[in-house]
Design a protein around this ligand. Structure first.
Ligand SMILES: C[S@@+](CC[C@H](N)C(=O)[O-])C[C@H]1O[C@@H](n2cnc3c(N)ncnc32)[C@H](O)[C@@H]1O
Length: 332
């Protein structure tokens, strides 16, 4: 069995992803109010701190998904057992939770390929190395792709036909607003074949105090994670943010149905971003939104699947019904 890593973000692709990064920052800081997309934070260090978040006992999206995989690994295995298959994971990060399933597939003697895709090169490199150590003699082959979701999927389309199951876990879909989520699952359907599966992890609406607690830990991991964005902007774009002049906080906004995180400038100040050749002024306590994590209702999830060309196979809930991994089948 082979264990490979490919970086699709090297060479000319690096230039285009750097341009995309710079453009997103320029657009976001030019808006009133300022708002940056959450994917900007995931450099190698950002991915490492996110792994710490997933290990927090109070961060229910990760803990619930672990419980769901432990409880339902047999039924997921039964669904896939008929033929060789490919597990594609979009935004795999450290692939920690997924390994519950991978290990069970291996124990069940299923032959399959695992293709984790992530824009974080460090996360994918580490994941492939870790899987090679842990599962060298097994029925699983691994091809890790440091790539944007759809660049990775384009490469897979050129590979021999296998039934695919695409995993999009950790409530990453919540980082998109509803119209963007719909566009995303429609585009995904175009990249897949009739009969392929998609399993998406959705965080469900629940008591706002539970949501607040999940995104504001007392140990300061979220604080480190969110303010790390300023380090990323300083390093990648030559910005001069002074990190200790900013604070951050997350809260549930009932108007947008999302946990929104903001970084606040504690004073009036001007930041220069060398790569953009531009200054950006911040008022004292001006907020800059850096995360949007939409909280779904079960009926919104069903509506999203049905209007985007999928058949719902099943919903896998945790015992508290805080989270659902929803399995859909591509219908063409
Ligand atoms: C919220 S984290 C979830 C990580 C992991 N799936 C989990 O459940 O713990 C989102 C992940 O998606 C990756 N990501 C974000 N935008 C991406 C894109 N356009 N293409 C590929 N990966 C992306 C990030 O680097 C990060 O690892």
């Amino acid at each position: 069995m082979s264990f490979e890593f490919h970086n699709l973000r090297s060479g000319t692709a690096t230039a285009s992803s750097d341009d995309q990064f710079a453009q997103a920052v320029l657009d976001g800081l030019s808006r009133e109010p300022k708002r940056l997309p959450s994917w900007l934070i995931f450099d190698d260090r950002g991915s490492e701190i996110f792994t710490e978040i997933t290990q927090l006992a109070g961060y229910h999206p990760a803990q619930c998904e672990i419980e769901i995989f432990q409880t339902h690994k047999q039924s997921i295995t039964n669904m896939l057992a008929k033929e060789a298959f490919r597990v594609i994971e979009l935004g795999a990060g450290d692939g920690g939770k997924t390994q519950i399933l991978l290990e069970y597939f291996i124990q069940s003697q299923l032959t399959f390929d695992y293709v984790p895709i992530d824009i974080s090169e460090g996360a994918i490199k580490n994941l492939v190395a870790f899987l090679e150590l842990r599962f060298l003699q097994s029925t699983m082959s691994v091809t890790g792709l440091a790539a944007d979701y759809f660049d990775g999927l384009r490469v897979i389309k050129e590979q021999p036909h296998l039934r695919n199951i695409v995993l999009f876990l950790g409530s990453t879909i919540g980082n998109m607003e509803l119209p963007a989520a719909e566009l995303f699952v429609r585009q995904l359907r175009e990249s897949l074949n009739d009969g392929d599966y998609l399993m998406i992890g959705f965080d469900l609406m629940k008591h706002p105090k539970t949501l607040y607690a999940a995104y504001n830990d007392s140990t300061g991991v979220f604080e480190r994670f969110n303010l790390h964005l300023l380090d990323v902007l300083n390093r990648k774009l030559g910005a001069n943010f002074v990190k200790n002049q900013y604070v951050q906080q997350g809260h549930y906004n009932p108007r947008t149905h999302a946990v929104e995180r903001h970084i606040y400038s504690t004073r009036e100040q001007v930041v220069f971003i060398e790569a953009l050749g531009k200054e950006f002024a911040f008022r004292a306590w001006e907020p800059m939104q850096t995360e949007h994590s939409y909280k779904y209702t079960p009926s919104e999830i069903e509506g999203l699947a049905e209007k985007s060309g999928y058949r719902i196979v099943k919903h896998l809930f945790d015992t508290q019904a805080y989270f659902v991994d929803s399995i859909w089948e591509v219908k063409k």
